[in-house]
Design a protein around this ligand. Sequence first.
Ligand code: GTP
Ligand code: MG
Length: 198
Amino acid sequence: MVIKKAVYKTSVTNIKNILDDGVPEFAFVGRSNVGKSSLINALTNTKSLAKASATPGKTKMINYFEINDSFRFVDLPGYGYAKTGKVHQEVWSELIGKYLEESKSLVTIFVLVDIRHLPTVQDMQMVEFLIYNQLPFMLIATKADKIAKSKYKSSIQAIAKQLKVREEMFIPFSSQSGYGKERVLNYIENKLEDINGK
Ligand SMILES: Nc1nc2c(ncn2[C@@H]2O[C@H](COP(=O)(O)OP(=O)(O)OP(=O)(O)O)[C@@H](O)[C@H]2O)c(=O)[nH]1
Ligand SMILES: [Mg+2]
């Protein structure tokens, strides 16, 4: 699939304002700084459509991007950034949780984890939450350019074991090199075809 058009639509901070118009959505969740915004920029071939930053905790709202006039990418706030303080963290995780529970046209939730590290407790809670709520998800192992390709398999195996999910659910990805982009886009394309009954 080729992304021909990617436009920022809106940002919401209150669950009452989440979009509810039936447009299929693909959401990106994960620890602060894991690379969610960079991944959206890489997929859409843009440099700063989604604001990426070396300062963790940058994305504080639910940001919607309209893709090819037919579906959406949703950049969710990162969790687990200590410096934002406990109160903020709770508000954000409540916003993320409610979004995930209440969005009716959520096609896939991509959970991003850093390929170099074992998942955090919050990553595990996120995956448990998705399984418990029977929400459709996939995993993306980010920053793959930071390790040798020969390490991908063992790194992903270790992360998968910890999260108690199948290794096949992971796509190794690098926003820097574009590695894995094709796989993510194909996955999205197939899901959209399923919905459209092709
Ligand atoms: N080397 C490398 N760096 C990356 C990659 N993806 C993201 N980064 C860097 O990691 C940092 C955080 O990236 P973001 O995309 O802003 O992360 P985020 O998950 O959106 O962070 P929050 O909005 O704080 O939740 C930035 O400095 C990026 O340049 C990648 O694939 N490879
Ligand atoms: Mg971000």
